[in-house]
Design a binder for this molecule. Structure first.
Ligand code: 7RM
Length: 654
């Protein structure tokens, strides 16, 4: 374990727990809700495997039924063994076959205001064509395909085309640098990369192709690059390697049968930060993942597929975009909004304009976004008719009660239930959340594990805690769970299953109140959470140390009013070297991506270390958050603190 524990967050949580507001579901909501009362929980508690089997049978189309619901060889789960299915068939063909071909799958809105309306039939045709294109480029079942795209419909098309032919995709968020992309391509040994010339962000085109080119220079496994034209920016096309998407699609057949895959066939890899510098390729497979994504999308959001318009504001480059823009919503056959750009272009009311324009009924976003909307003021949403909304969701980090109340009042008009959904890249889908027609909510609490999910808070010794704080663990396998870390089974066992034997350790602190409500306390390891994105302190430290002027670096996540945590770096320069903080911030952005850029870089002659040489991050966090340093007697040398504290105070002033 690292030197941090859930204890630190307890003061805040104790303050939260003092507030006793509760929000039971309203009568008119309960009347129309898919789930009211406790029946689903009761059923699942009696037989969780049977419960998941019923969901798999009711919500998913199988080509071949499974023989075994679950084969659990801790920590390896095999769900629906012997069963076969195709994920793209479930997301597309079955809806078209059921007569819903003309139904809108995506109301897509580009940042500049251009739009595309894509029906389920359109999407099926485009996915089938692109699946044929991939086959034409030599992609076969089991081959990995990398995707590095802006938030354009082609991102969903590319993912579904991969699923259709059984080629696992690995989507890399468009904000990551060429180096991060290359690392992920190389780890997955991908054959094909799908990218774009560029995309729109804050009124400008951001180029992607140059980063893709640099990544390919360092990625020997890539044979072909497919380039979607979106930004219109100039790009260099490499002969024989690079192809325009529209040229390949022109004339590609729409006939591409969806081949049934084994339930445990690898559907995708998604890389996420751990406590070391090397991101982990989280493995998700076909049958269990689709069951989990479909089930949670339907019941957590009380989805009525014929009438709801769902909008999840995440990027498809994150797990939230995978499960709640692509797989869950499309499997449920619902209509969605997909938006390319930022919330403040051209005005701070862009999101509310879109809610009104498309009649969004279910809106799913991150606490960091809500806190930003709060800063912009309640006048922005008040400019628009938001009466179509009926369910609101949050994900990515704990939501503070103040932001919850603001969301409830100014976006939800006081009438919409809020589902605070806790889950991870590793869990594949939502794990802990209210059900909007069944659960009385408390602002700031993710409430209870969903039906079929078993979670417990344990203390340091691994003993279950009934009331109070500890570590969040999951005690039973679930269908959407990760099946491993690509190429690294030891790390899988070590990271998730060794801290508390027999349990999955999520890496989060949590507290149970007297009523059994769960309050998430944030990460207890060296993983920061910046605007809901996971960034490892080690990864940023490695990036800093890769700069020729840097000798040593320590990075901490400090509490930040808007982004949850902010990256704060302390850097020791090599003798005789000089460099300013701005250059180092730019260096990190170039190495990892803009999301990992430190908010502050402090150049310091020394770092606080224990006598055994371990950097004392807790002290650095105290400094960054403006707290006085208490006892430093275990420090080897405490003289640098006065200077650092003065610098930190100066930084908070401006
Ligand atoms: C979906 C996603 C996972 C980490 C997780 C937590 C934090 C996510 C909540 C939350 C409190 C929530 N995947 N987290 N949701 N903390 N309440 N509702 O975010 O892999 O990128 O991050 O995010 O620390 O471990 S993720």
């Amino acid at each position: 374990m690292s030197d941090t524990g859930p204890g630190e967050a307890h003061d805040t949580i104790d303050a939260l727990l003092d507030e006793q507001r509760t929000f039971p579901p309203a009568d008119d909501f309960v009347e129309q809700a898919l789930v009211a009362g406790t029946f689903l929980y009761d059923e699942a508690r009696q037989d969780d495997e049977g419960f998941w089997a019923r969901q798999a049978a009711d919500l998913v189309d199988w080509s071949q039924e499974w023989d075994t619901i679950l084969d659990w060889q801790l920590p390896y789960a095999n769900w629906f063994g012997g069963g076969t299915l195709n994920v793209a068939h479930n997301c597309l063909d079955r809806h078209v076959e059921a007569g819903k071909g003309d139904k809108v799958a995506f109301h897509w809105e580009g940042e500049p205001g251009d739009t595309r309306t894509i029906t389920y039939r359109d999407l099926l045709d485009e996915v089938s064509q692109f699946a044929n294109v991939l086959k034409g480029l030599g992609v076969e079942q089991g081959d990995r395909v990398n995707i590095y795209l802006p938030m354009i419909p082609e991102a969903a098309v590319a993912m579904l085309a991969c699923a259709r032919i059984g080629a696992p995709h690995s989507v890399v968020f468009g904000g990551f640098s060429s180096q991060s992309l290359a690392d992920r391509i190389n780890d997955a040994e991908a054959k094909v990369l799908i990218t774009a010339d560029g995309g729109y962000r804050r009124g400008e085109v951001f180029p992607l192709k140059p980063a893709a080119d640099e990544a390919c220079d360092a990625s020997p496994t890539i044979d072909h690059v497919v380039v979607v034209k979106r930004g219109g920016n100039d790009v260099t096309m490499v002969e024989d390697r690079d192809h325009w998407y529209h040229e390949l699609m022109d004339g590609a057949s729409t006939d591409c049968p969806a081949e049934p895959m084994d339930a445990e066939h690898l559907l995708f890899l998604l890389y996420t930060s751990g406590t070391t510098g090397k991101p982990k390729g989280i493995m998700h497979t076909t049958g269990g993942y689709l069951t989990h994504a479909t089930f949670t999308h339907r019941y957590v959001f009380d989805l009525h597929p014929d009438t709801d318009v769902f909008w999840c504001t995440a990027d498809v480059g994150w797990i939230t975009g995978h499960s709640y823009i692509v797989y869950g919503p499309l499997s449920n056959g619902c209509t969605q909004v997909m938006y390319e750009g930022v919330p403040n272009h051209p005005g701070n009311d862009r999101f509310w304009e879109l809610v009104e324009k498309y009649g969004v009924t279910i809106f799913y976003t991150a606490p960091t976004a809500i806190r930003t909307f709060m800063k912009w003021g309640a006048d922005e949403p008040a400019k628009h008719d938001l009466s179509s909304l009926r369910v609101l969701g949050t994900v990515g980090e704990p939501i503070n009660p103040e932001a919850w109340m603001w969301y409830h009042e100014h976006i939800g008009g006081g009438r919409c239930p809020i589902v605070d959904t806790w889950w991870q890249t590793e869990t594949g889908g939502i794990m802990i959340s209210p059900l909007p027609g069944a659960t009385t909510t408390k602002p700031g609490s993710a409430t209870f594990p969903l039906p079929g999910i078993s979670a417990e808070v344990v203390d340091d010794a691994g003993e279950s805690v009934d009331v109070g704080g500890g570590y969040l663990t999951l005690t039973r396998p679930w269908p959407g769970m990760l099946r491993g870390i690509w190429g690294d089974p030891e790390r899988y066992e070590e990271t998730y299953w060794s801290r508390f034997p027999g349990r999955y350790f999520a890496g989060d602190g949590a507290k149970l109140d007297e009523d059994g409500y769960l309050w998430l306390l944030g990460r207890v390891d060296d993983v920061m959470n910046v605007s809901g994105h996971r960034i490892s302190t080690t990864e940023v430290e490695s990036a800093l140390v890769s700069h020729p002027a840097v000798a040593e670096a320590a990075v901490v996540g400090a509490t930040d009013a808007t982004t949850g945590q902010a990256v704060i770096a302390y850097v020791i320069l090599r003798g005789g070297e000089e460099v300013d903080g701005e250059a180092l911030r730019a260096h990190v952005a170039a190495e990892i991506g803009a999301i990992a850029k430190p908010k502050q870089v402090y150049i310091t002659p020394e770092l606080p270390k224990t006598r055994s040489g371990k950097i004392m991050r807790r002290l650095l966090r105290d400094v960054a958050e403006g707290r006085n340093i208490g006892d430093t007697t275990t420090l080897a040398d405490s003289s640098m603190f006065a200077e650092l504290q003065a610098k930190a105070a100066a930084a908070t002033e401006d």
